[in-house]
Design a protein around this ligand. Sequence first.
Ligand code: PPS
Length: 542
Amino acid sequence: MFSLTLNRRQLYDLELLGNGALNPLSGYMGRDDYERVLQDARLVDNTLWPIPVVLDISEEAAEQIAVGDLLGLRDGEGVNIACLRVNDIWQPDRMQEAHAIYGTTSRKHPSVRTLLDKVQKIYVGGIIEFFQQPSHYDFLHLRQRADKIRGEFESANERQVVGFQTWNICHRLERDLIINIAKKNSAKVLLLPVVDQNEARSREFFSRVQSCEAILRHLPQGIAKLYLLPVMMRMAGPRETLWKSIIHRNYGCSHFVVGPNDCSPLNEDTSQEFYGKYESQEFLEKYVDEIGIQMVAVEEQSYSVKKKMYISNLKALEKAEKISNYAEKDLRNDLALGNRIPDWFSFPEVIQGLSKIYPSNSQIGFTLFFTGLSGSGKSTLAKTIEAILLARGERSVTLLDGDIVRHNLSSELGFSRAHRDLNIQRIGFVANEITKNRGIAICAPIAPYRAVRREVRSLIQGNGRFIEVYLSTPISVCEKRDRKGLYAKARAGEIKQFTGVSDPYEVPENAEIVIDTSKFSVTKACDEIIDYLLQNGFLALT
Ligand code: PPS
């Protein structure tokens, strides 16, 4: 029997197919169901079903299987989880899928990017026979089959059960919402933190589940059950909300809580939500009777300083109530600065857990990444800042100057885009190692391309902070300085691909610090940088 090793994304769908969460599906969809789902959010038999559940395989694998074959489905360790009786093989139009399911074909939508760039080209459908569930190694007491959980509620005669799914860290707001919703509906609550495949092993995930455990301790006894929901989030807005409500019904819920921005990712460029506020709620409303679940629509809430409780923003506006807009991003900011978190916002054990995974800026390493044209002042500032930081003696400091790196790390590289990118990736790799170990890395390459700067930023941000310092000194000034005589040679055509003359420089969009060294002395420019580090808690105020 030919067998496939499934990736984590695929294993998540398989687990839900095997534990009853995706009833009535008994396997991966065939082409007819898939196309009807795209077109009408229904299966061929008219059952409401808004999200495709298919198995993607490579073209090479597709050449080895035929309709009617049995296909083994294994996890990464080679354990045979299930077998699939193949009844359909086809090549989908993934652009069409993106448009139908996500309402966009833009790669700025993270799931569209995954669909277009990572999901393999061929789909197979068929009935699955399960041998076992995929193995887990964490939170085993919180892992349970959907059909078992539903059975538990049924045998306890619990008919009113509110499903509360979360993929955020839970604080006081979530605790209060749960209590209010449970009271209002005379219901029990099923709290289901999402285990998304991208982050199952991340510290953020552990923290999220621990915050739910903490919430449970702050709820009246017996009011809520907590289990993990191993679902591959599609972030498909309204369609996903509908899908999740079907999943929650299969977990035994009679009600499903839907927030104002349910399943809506941020556009990476604009930082705007992909779907409109309350769009998911309006969409689900049309189908609740057909699914057999009631929606608990939650409005945007804020904390009323006077009433010392959360109230809806709308009510606050009507009554001109003073509210606090303190939110998760403020919490992260305060943790970074080592500030006290408002008592009302969360619970001490949640904050304690978070402060371990998000230590304050004074405790982490960071990379100061200078970028700018040749002659813009990168080396001068980087060397002066190195001296200032060494004199302070707070952390180890390593300077990765453009010329030094080119001499040692990247001596075989030229100045084509591919070579420049490789050079920056190497610098990023070293800077990341330094940052991870709580040191300061000072980098000073030209780094003319935005994409690779962004790549290095996201590598380092996971382990410390990346602070981009863009030296915006105009080319006319750089050229006048021409300390190495390179501009003259570039203008005379003796040096090819010279940045700013015959090669591009993409200006940073979101640099933390921007300095034009034609307007500032070295001392003043360094003061700006040190001020930034002091104000953001990276250096101690002495
Ligand atoms: S990059 O683009 O980030 O990989 O460049 P970097 O490693 O910083 O190297 C830039 C230094 O190399 C010298 N040099 C050139 N710069 C730009 N374009 C071309 N074609 C080129 N050829 C040599 C130049 O001295 C740069 O140093 P700085 O300190 O920036 O003046």
